[in-house]
Design a protein around this ligand. Structure first.
Ligand code: C5P
Length: 397
């Protein structure tokens, strides 16, 4: 699976470093060669001896090691791999990556490299959710790193929440996906997915029933064909796929900004169920009953139409695909939408409650384009995604 591939594994100093040993074992089992690099702090959690025994190679740890420099300079070390994996990536290591520091071997390699980088964060939940870490994570993603995890769960520190290192098999799957060569290798594709939440006040919002299942399946299918996927997702109920750049947003306005920042791209697949309206008189405090029995009157303003903006924008991707979830006259509405939005294809489906499609596992779609309409049978959402990804690959040839 990973034969002939070399992974440079940067092990950061966190309690999850022991899982790096399991990851090395899995990588070797899949046929990859592993060059391990440990930060100074990593050595407090696992020994270089265990790491090198499992990797079957020496461990690199020091920037100013003359023996290492004589054998292989640190610049060269940063370039020999097919992929650099940082696991576990601590809050400190991510911060240093975001700043472009080069004060130890690990950070220097990450700054000097032109190789794709996969980052698997692991830290205390408060450290992960801190705005500083979130800023740094957004920065390293903007600089091209891809993220896997962190997972939710019990933490070694006794707390519960996001911050656990992704499980080694999931990291292996993300590595395999990043190294997969497919018809979309070298292509960048933006996928929007999930619902948006439009706040009414700090605790209430307007949303819709989109689960994000179809958008998530499409992102995974594009990734499997080798694409670099920017996955801009509203608060979906299904977890995002591994091995894609996840850009979480809440509102339509945030989604529009995130898409604009993710451009340029070869294709944009807009599967999100974006709210058409936002509450223009949203309150910054929780609204209260005033005892008179009169309900507050919400006022609405139109949200930016992301699909239309991208279709008509200066940075228009070669292929722009919109979705039309309708409850009646599906094809007629979708046809009108194709013209109105200025996109290349519309993937239309009937989401009336009787179909069970919204939030369900299956989808029945019709693809409309300038060439006409093509109706697919009712299929699992994963299969719709797989077929769509192949159609996208053909269109981008
Ligand atoms: O107009 P309607 O919401 O039915 O169009 C659906 C298509 O337009 C979807 O592809 C959706 O992602 C996109 N859309 C958008 N921005 C909006 C509304 C819809 O990108 N504000």
């Amino acid at each position: 699976m990973l034969a002939q591939k070399r992974i440079l594994l940067v092990i950061g100093g966190g309690i999850a470093a022991y899982k790096a040993l399991e990851l090395i074992r899995l990588l070797r089992g899949a046929g990859a060669a592993v060059t391990p690099v440990m930060t100074k702090a990593a050595g407090e959690f696992v020994t270089p001896l265990s790491v090198s025994a499992l990797a079957g190679e020496k461990v690199y740890a020091h920037l100013f090691d003359l023996t290492d420099e004589a054998e292989m300079g640190h610049i060269q070390l940063s370039r020999v791999a097919d992929l650099i994996v940082v696991a576990p990536a601590t809050a400190d290591l991510i911060a240093r990556m975001a700043q472009g520091r080069a004060d130890d071997l690990a950070s220097t390699l990450l700054l000097a490299t032109d190789t794709p980088v996969l980052v698997a964060p692991a830290m205390n939940v408060r450290m992960w959710t801190h705005p500083a870490t979130q800023r740094n994570v957004a920065q390293i993603q903007a600089d091209g790193a891809r993220l896997i995890g962190p997972d939710d769960g019990d933490m070694a520190c006794g707390e519960y929440g996001p911050g656990r290192l992704a499980e080694p098999p999931a990291i292996l799957a993300a590595i395999t996906a990043m190294l997969a060569k497919g018809p979309l290798t070298g292509k960048h594709i933006i996928v929007t997915s999930g619902p948006t939440h439009e706040p009414i006040d700090p605790v209430r919002y307007i949303a819709n029933r989109s689960s994000g299942a179809q958008g998530t399946a499409i992102a995974a299918a594009l990734r499997d064909l080798g694409a670099r996927v920017s996955f801009v997702t509203g608060p979906a109920t299904v977890p995002p796929p591994a091995g894609v750049t996840v850009i979480p947003v809440e509102t339509a306005a945030q989604m529009a900004d995130a898409v604009a920042r993710a451009l340029p791209a070869d294709a944009a697949i807009m599967a999100a169920a974006v709210a058409d309206w936002r509450v223009s008189n949203a309150s910054d405090r929780k609204m209260k009953k005033d005892g008179t029995g009169t309900a507050p009157a919400l006022q609405f303003a139109e949200n930016p139409d992301i699909l239309k903006t991208v279709s008509h924008g200066p940075n228009r991707p070669r292929l722009v695909v919109g979705f039309a979830a309708e409850t009646d006259d599906v094809i007629a509405h979708a046809q009108a939408k194709l013209a109105r939005k200025g996109c290349d294809w519309i993937v239309a489906n009937d989401v009336s409650p009787a179909t069970g499609i919204m939030g369900g596992a299956e989808n029945a779609v019709t693809i409309l384009s300038a060439k006409g309409a093509e109706t697919w049978p009712r299929l699992p959402k994963d299969e719709v995604a797989r077929r769509l990804a192949h159609r996208i690959a053909d269109a981008l040839k």
